[in-house]
Design a binder for this molecule. Structure first.
Ligand code: AMP
Ligand code: ZN
Length: 138
């Protein structure tokens, strides 16, 4: 098990094998398993073994493998359409505070992920100012 784990975390317990899971992938840095509350058949979770709540808490080398396995699962499952989702924080619908990427098949309008997308009209002056600020920090 990765050195950086939290004994009270449900996903760290799954990684350790203390809680059973429908395991799909188990490497030095990455673990994947089927979601037990699927939005559609085949809904899977891919997680770094390194415990952290949000994306920004996980070192890059632990994150880099995760996307590879999201892709591998989507490919092996032969999903035609799908969403990759990663929630950060309770307001952003995160329930389990260990970073996880959902691989969610989308077969019909009704199954899979339902997304609200409330777009706003951008103020171009504000956008320009924000762009300058953010660019400078990256
Ligand atoms: P999120 O809302 O992004 O935090 O999603 C947490 C996900 O973890 C949900 O889709 C749950 O169904 C899933 N989940 C919670 N406990 C387990 C478990 N023991 N095994 C598999 N999936 C789980
Ligand atoms: Zn954890």
């Amino acid at each position: 098990m990765a050195a950086h784990s939290d004994s009270s975390c449900i996903f760290c317990k799954i990684i350790k094998g203390d809680i059973p899971s429908f395991k799909l992938v188990d490497t030095d840095k990455t673990f994947a398993f089927l979601d037990i509350g699927p939005l559609a058949k085949g809904h899977a979770l891919v997680i770094p073994k390194y415990h952290g709540e949000k994306l920004t808490d996980i070192p890059d080398d632990h994150l880099s493998e995760v996307l590879k396995y999201c892709k591998a699962i989507a490919k092996a499952s032969e999903f035609k359409e799908y969403n990759i989702l990663q929630n950060n924080g309770a307001l952003a619908h995160q329930v389990v505070p260990h970073v996880h990427f959902h691989v969610i098949p989308k077969n019909t309008e009704e199954d899979g992920l339902q997304i609200g997308w409330p777009t706003q009209k951008a103020n171009m002056d504000e956008l320009k100012k924000y762009h300058e600020e953010l660019k400078g920090k990256l």
